[in-house]
Design a protein around this ligand. Structure first.
Ligand code: ATP
Length: 235
């Protein structure tokens, strides 16, 4: 579904991604883990088109993304749930979800999608008329995920959904991701600093360090890898 091939990206002269290659198959749940500043968010921004790569190839669903402007990428089926949630604080929960359904696929599937989102995350139904800014951090994260789902994407990209959340709430969010996967069979690309949880949730993972993929493998392989255990799992 998504091929990232030898991608380079930089902020003016600072190289951030250095020859990154990642493959995501349809229906797969892939995690990208790594330390602060490794380039994970930048990688997501190249996929959604906010950052233009300086070299490499991006192919989504058979189409070369380099020729697709950022505004059109969501309509191809790419949903980017950004770091820090970025819900619209003065709009209600329902209005935020409606904003997500701006793609043609999202509009077509709105009713059934809304049912699915509210069933997966019932707190959003309870708070549907409340301004998003009054929700807790975990609830805002669920809303951001719901807004992504409302576009009826083929690929859901989640940038650090557990950021700033207490461990119990972070676990709750990871459980919702498992539910979403089970119910929708969506293709999911997750960026996370909570490496243990990310590798338990996803099927396959990549470790990104200073702009390069240093390791990749199935979740079981990575969890058993000595380098991952020492550097990321505190073992
Ligand atoms: P984090 O988890 O902290 O967000 P990350 O792995 O997502 O880390 P990026 O946010 O992609 O990393 O940042 C990679 C590098 O690029 C860092 O050195 C960061 O300081 C730098 N960087 C990020 N955004 C910009 C920007 N807009 N302009 C200049 N440098 C940037």
């Amino acid at each position: 579904m998504l091929t990232i091939d030898r991608l380079d990206a930089a902020y003016s002269v600072l190289p951030v991604l250095k020859g990154v290659s990642i493959e995501v198959a349809a229906g797969q749940f892939v995690a990208i883990v790594g330390p602060n500043g490794a380039g994970k968010t930048t990688l997501f921004k190249t996929i959604s088109g906010i950052v233009i790569p300086s070299a490499g190839r991006l192919v989504f669903d058979g189409q070369d993304l380099m020729s697709v402007p950022p505004s059109a990428r969501a309509h191809l089926g790419i949903a980017h749930v950004p770091e820090g949630r970025q819900v619209f604080p003065s709009l209600t929960v329902m209005e935020n979800l409606e904003m997500g359904a701006y793609t043609a696929a999202g509009r077509r599937a709105w009713r059934s999608n809304l049912d699915m989102i509210l069933t997966l995350m019932p707190v959003l139904a309870e708070r549907r008329h409340q301004p998003a800014g009054t929700l807790s951090g975990g609830q805002q994260q669920m809303l951001a995920i719901g807004r992504g789902l409302a576009s009826a994407p083929k690929l859901l990209m989640l940038d650090e959904p557990s950021m700033g959340l207490a461990p119990a709430m972070a676990d709750f969010i990871f459980e919702r991701l498992i539910d979403i996967r089970r119910q929708t069979n969506l293709t999911i690309l997750l960026v996370e600093q909570r490496v243990a949880e990310a590798l338990e949730t996803a099927d396959y993972g990549y470790v990104l360090e200073t702009g390069r993929v240093v390791l990749e493998g199935t979740n079981a392989t990575l969890r058993a890898d000595d380098r991952v255990r020492q550097a990321y799992l505190g073992m």
